[in-house]
Structure formats: C-alpha cells, structure tokens
Write a protein that binds this ligand. Structure first.
Ligand code: SF4
Ligand code: SF4
Length: 406
C-alpha cells in the first residue's frame, strides 16, 4: 500500500492483494518504485546485452552518470570504461545542451504569448501537465531535449561515416529515471525516438564500476582528445535557468512542489514569472529513481566536476538562429492534453458524474484509510462512479450493511 499512498496522481489501486497502475494517470515519476518494499514495480528498461544485435553500438550517457563515481573521476574515464564494456562510441550531450540553452534563451526573448512558459526537459512533468493540467499544455516550451538532438545527429552522421546500413547502428541512452525511458519508447512529441533503447543507470552501474576503477589506474589527462567537451548540463535544479539566462525565472523540483506551482499557474498567480523550470525529482535528475549515488553527494560531485573538468563547446549563435528558423530544434508534434476518463468529455455526463461522486463521498467516513484499495475516499467515490468499485469494498459501508439490528 506504500506505493498507492505515495503516487502523486492517485494512479494506483490495490485490488485482490495486487497493486494495479492506471496507465492513463501514471506520469512515470517512479516514486512507486522507491516506495515498494518488495521491489514489485518493474520498469520497462532495456539491458546492455540487448545491444549485441547491432554492428556498431553508440551510447549517450545522461550527465548524471558522471556524478555516480566521485569527484576524482574525470568524465572521460567513464567514457573509457563504457568503451571497455563494449560500446564503439560514447557521445556526450554537452554540445546539444549548449545549443538548446542558447535556442531557449532566443525563444524566450521573442515569445509573445501567455506566461510563464514551462521547461520541456523532464518528461514526467510533461506527462503531469498532459494528464492533470491540460490548460497548461500551451505553456510548454516546444523545444526538443539534448539527448534526442544528440541521438538525431548521431543517427544522421554514423551510417554514412561507417559505411553501414542505418539499422546496423544502435544508439542507446543511459537514463536516470523511468520517465526518460518511457519518453524514448513512447515519445509524446514525435513518431519515434532517435534512440534504439534505454538502460537504467542503476542497472549498468555494477558492471561499469570495475571498468571505471581499472580505467582510472591507467588514465592520464593527456589522453583526453582536443575536441572533447564536458558540462554537467541540466542535471541539477536551476542549471537550465542559469544557462538560459532568463530574468524572471523560477526553478522547482519534486513532484509535489511542481504540482503546487502548476496549481498557482492555473489560478493565474504567477503572471510576473516568464519561465518555470520544473523537474519531478527532488534536486533534479541527480535525484532520479534509477541513480545509485545519494543526490546530495552527487550534487557535490557535480560541482567539483564543473570546477575541475568543464570544457565548454563554442556556441555558434548565427547557426542556432538559422536552425530555429528551420524549426530544427522544435518538437515534431505538439504536446497534447491526455484527458482521463474521470469526467468524460461530454459536459452533461461530467456534471452528472461529479454529483454522483459527491453523493457517494458523503456516505463515506472520509478518513482516507486505504482499506478499500483506493488512496483516498474521494478516489474511491470516483472509482465507484466509473464502475470500478463496489460500495461494499469500503469496510465501513460493508459493516453497516451486515450489522444485525439488536
Ligand atoms: S510512476 Fe509515479 S505516477 Fe506512475 S504509478 Fe508510480 S507513483 Fe504513480
Ligand atoms: S527530474 Fe530528471 S530524473 Fe526526475 S523524472 Fe524528471 S527527467 Fe527523470
């Protein structure tokens, strides 16, 4: 029941002793994974071994991966270790991150519509908006994310460079969370992701660690190629707003806090803010459900790595503007609301259902005990109205029904 209580969108019901997740309400935040003491929630991640089907294997790590090994590990050591693990190429997202930050700054500068705009790089908050805040969909910045732009450029360049057919080249992402994996397997903003798969950082970490230790012993700074770039990017809360240099910004992390800010935006309380960076995990992606390191330790590591190893890439602003005009950085499809079946699309039916829900709710104890398998009495009343629960699933109503009058 811990997962049911922790789910921020009330997507979980416990029926007949088993937890069931409603696909239409789940926003892939992964909080149920951490809450379940039995490890019963299984995410749809790939395994590194599945890459063996490709002739050439490229990997794009989330910058969060570098923060899992401590500040003395140069990020290039992690690249060497990934090659030893069997990848032919390791591509960093730094160049795409810098380009997209510049594109975002330009977009914010010229944007004229309703405010505040909301960042697009956390797929869990995007899904939250689609499901719970459909009115805010129009505020999502329609720019793609560094991992997809990086994979797209690899997808275009590698087959020609290597003389291979496109299907012989595999590109995989190392992800800090289930939301990014789902965004690769079922993207909301394009037909198909440029990645062939996604592996959870926590799954690759145990096999990668011995290679990192071995690579560190042999490593000399002179091995780092001249064209190598590194920046920890948007892995921590506030990093994107720093990059995008918007004047009136707000950075919020943790899905409960994000929901409070979205409530405020819906209620027109944040009109003086231009841009909201919203990340579902506490402290940002370093707090993702698929990381190994404590997020506070990871943040300290990232700051040390930023001081010691950063190698920024040059940003060609004229090229960024040209690509913006060509809509190269934009989502292929707009993000659309994903209305739930809770209140139907037809207004008359919705009003009837809301009234019926209220009638049932008034019969309940309203103590949110969870014994019926729903997280709150209101959620139980909704389930009943949708025909997914019986009144006798509530132990108090059942007792009333079976009580023998004295
Ligand atoms: S991933 Fe998040 S939204 Fe989905 S069921 Fe788990 S806790 Fe709920
Ligand atoms: S904050 Fe980062 S790690 Fe957490 S759900 Fe969003 S994208 Fe994933």
């Amino acid at each position: 029941m811990a997962c049911m209580r922790r789910c921020p969108t009330q997507a979980i019901r416990v029926r007949h002793g088993r937890a069931q997740i409603s696909e239409e309400l789940c926003v892939d935040c992964g909080l149920c994974l951490s809450a379940c003491p039995e490890g019963a929630v299984v995410p749809m991640a790939d395994q590194v071994t599945e890459m063996s089907r490709f002739a050439y294997k490229a990997v794009v790590p989330s910058p969060v991966l570098y923060a899992q090994f401590g500040p003395d590990i140069h990020p290039y050591i992690v690249h060497l270790a990934l090659r030893e693990l069997g990848f032919d190429e390791v591509a960093d997202v730094s160049a795409s991150t810098a380009a997209l930050a510049a594109a975002l700054a330009k977009y914010l500068e010229t944007y004229q519509g309703r405010r505040p705009l909301i960042s697009s790089h956390c797929p869990s908050t995007l899904r939250l908006i689609q499901v719970k805040y459909p009115d805010l969909v129009e505020l999502i910045v329609p720019l793609d994310v560094p991992r997809e732009v990086t994979a797209r450029e690899l997808r275009r360049s590698l087959p020609a460079k290597l003389g291979l057919a496109p299907e012989q080249v595999g590109i995989i992402y190392l992800a800090p969370c289930p939301a990014k994996i789902v965004s690769i397997k079922q993207p909301a903003e394009k037909e198909k992701s440029y990645f062939d798969g996604a592996v959870a950082i926590r799954d690759v970490y145990p096999v990668l660690l011995p290679h990192v230790v071995a690579a560190k012993r042999r490593f000399a700074e002179s091995q780092v190629p001249g064209d190598y770039t590194f920046d920890p990017g948007w892995a921590t809360t506030g990093a994107l707003t720093r990059f995008a240099s918007s004047a009136n910004w707000l950075a919020v992390a943790g899905i409960d806090q994000v929901m409070r800010i979205f409530d405020d935006i819906e209620n027109s309380k944040l009109r003086n803010v231009d841009f909201v960076e919203a990340m579902a995990c506490m402290m940002g992606c370093i707090g993702g459900p698929f990381v190994v390191e404590n997020p506070y330790v990871a943040r300290a590591t990232i700051e040390r790595q930023r001081e010691r190893y950063v190698r920024q890439c040059d940003v060609d602003f004229a090229e960024i503007e040209r690509r913006l005009r060509q809509r190269y950085y934009f989502f292929e499809h707009p993000i659309l609301p994903r209305p739930t079946r809770y209140f139907d699309t037809d207004i008359e039916t919705s009003i009837k259902r809301i009234k019926e829900r209220e009638r049932v709710y008034q019969k309940l104890r309203q103590i949110d005990c969870g014994c019926c398998g729903a997280p709150t009495c209101l959620a139980f009343a909704e389930d009943f109205v949708r025909g997914e629960a019986e009144l006798t699933d509530c132990i108090f109503l059942r007792q009333q029904e079976t009580r023998v009058p004295s």
